[in-house]
Design a binder for this molecule. Structure first.
Ligand SMILES: C[S@@+](CC[C@H](N)C(=O)[O-])C[C@H]1O[C@@H](n2cnc3c(N)ncnc32)[C@H](O)[C@@H]1O
Length: 375
């Protein structure tokens, strides 16, 4: 039956299923009837790592819904390679993809998986769920009301956005219309996009009397993804950490913007203990990449500040003869009583709780001490 739709028996990570043939490539894959993007395998490895960490933390298995399943690879890997779910519903609207999905899911019925063709904008009768996964083409906005409506109190919502032209500042007018925010443009645009997405989720949660807390938010290639917990808002719940950032008073990394940006989430992206507990899955598809990625997240979660500095960028902005090394920046900042950690967002970049003026002072000193090309 799978062959009828051009799929063939395959495997991703530790999970066997029918997949369409594809050429590996980076970035968003072209839309196909039966969609499968091998470039997102690392992202699904992260999903399995997250599922294992969450299963350990929660103790009791969860009821999940993967709204936009395509072949089912993401949800099936989580269901098969972790003990997170007692039940996982998978839905897919495209008839050909749904046929492949149903055939794939059938093999995992014993792990509580049920798949069917359906429009994810409609609330399934199996709601509420403890975990809802939303992995759309482009923007998640058309599905968010249903996703939030389907979530049990204290449940986890996992959301991907690939509309990075909008979120990361190339199309600011569309961002204002879609997300009600002015984006950051340039090198910090993708992180700005992640923070705009989370603030939008927080607004929707607040409208339902709930409060959002990110467990893990990251950017990778051409997308951002956030795993957030959405709990009932209590009388003691404080205001959400959401701000419009005015570059004239902002003391963090330079946003390269002439006017205010946001509103955006300026609170933590990571639940430190959960991020520390993330482990590469036993059958990861990209074992080396995921191990490095998770190690970097664990380091970064200790200094969870909005936006990051880059040695090259500091050298350029300050007119330094040579960029300081990361090691010199780290040593200099620690000696000055500040904290510093590398970020997953870009190699050679780091987060710090030091104000920009101190980071720049340390950069100038470190650059002056750095060996020149002829040394
Ligand atoms: C980006 S793909 C999902 C990829 C999948 N999660 C994976 O990891 O391979 C988005 C899927 O959503 C499906 N889709 C789009 N609109 C839908 C809707 N209203 N209801 C259900 N599925 C929909 C598309 O047919 C497509 O298969």
């Amino acid at each position: 039956m799978a062959e009828e739709f051009g799929t063939f028996p395959s495997r991703e990570g530790g999970t066997e299923l029918a997949l369409p043939p594809t050429e590996p490539h980076r970035g968003p894959a072209p839309r196909q009837a039966v969609f499968y993007n091998p470039a997102m395998a690392l992202d699904r490895d992260i999903g399995v790592a997250f599922a294992n960490a969450l299963a350990d933390r929660r103790g009791a298995p969860m009821r999940g819904w993967e709204m936009l399943s395509a072949t089912g690879v993401r949800g099936l890997r989580m269901a098969n390679e972790s003990d997170l779910f007692s039940f996982l519903l998978q839905t897919e609207a495209h008839p050909e993809a749904a046929a492949v999905l149903e055939e794939n899911a059938e093999r995992f019925g014993a792990r509580g998986v049920l798949a069917r063709a359906g429009d994810a904008r409609e609330l399934p009768p199996e709601a509420p769920f403890d975990y809802v996964d939303l992995d759309p083409y482009g923007s998640p906005l058309p599905f968010l009301a249903t996703a939030l409506g389907a979530l049990a109190p204290g449940g986890i919502l996992a959301v991907t956005a690939t509309d990075m032209m909008v979120l990361a500042g190339v199309q600011p007018k569309v961002c204002a219309l879609r997300y009600g925010a002015r984006p950051v443009r340039g090198r910090l645009g993708p992180e700005g996009g992640l923070r705009i997405l989370i603030q939008h989720l927080a607004e929707l949660a607040r409208a339902r009397g709930r409060v959002l807390r990110p467990l893990l938010g990251y950017l990778h290639d051409h997308h951002v993804r956030a795993y957030v917990e959405i709990a009932p808002r209590l009388p003691t719940t404080g205001p959400d950490p959401i701000s419009v950032i005015d570059p004239t008073s902002w003391t963090g990394p330079s946003l390269g913007s002439s006017g205010p940006v946001g509103p955006m989430w300026v609170g933590p992206l990571f639940d430190v203990s959960l991020v520390r507990s993330l482990r590469a899955p036993a059958h990861a598809e990209r074992p080396r990449e995921i191990a490095a990625f998770l190690a970097r997240l664990a380091e970064e979660a200790e200094v969870d500040r909005p936006f990051y500095f880059e040695c090259n960028e500091l050298a350029r902005a300050l007119g330094l003869a040579r960029p300081p090394s990361y090691a010199a920046m780290r040593d200099g900042l620690i000696a000055a009583g500040a904290r510093c950690a590398r970020t997953h967002a870009r190699s050679g970049a780091f987060r710090s709780d030091a104000p920009r003026a101190l980071v720049e002072r340390v950069a100038a000193q470190a650059s002056a001490r750095a060996p020149g090309p002829s040394d």
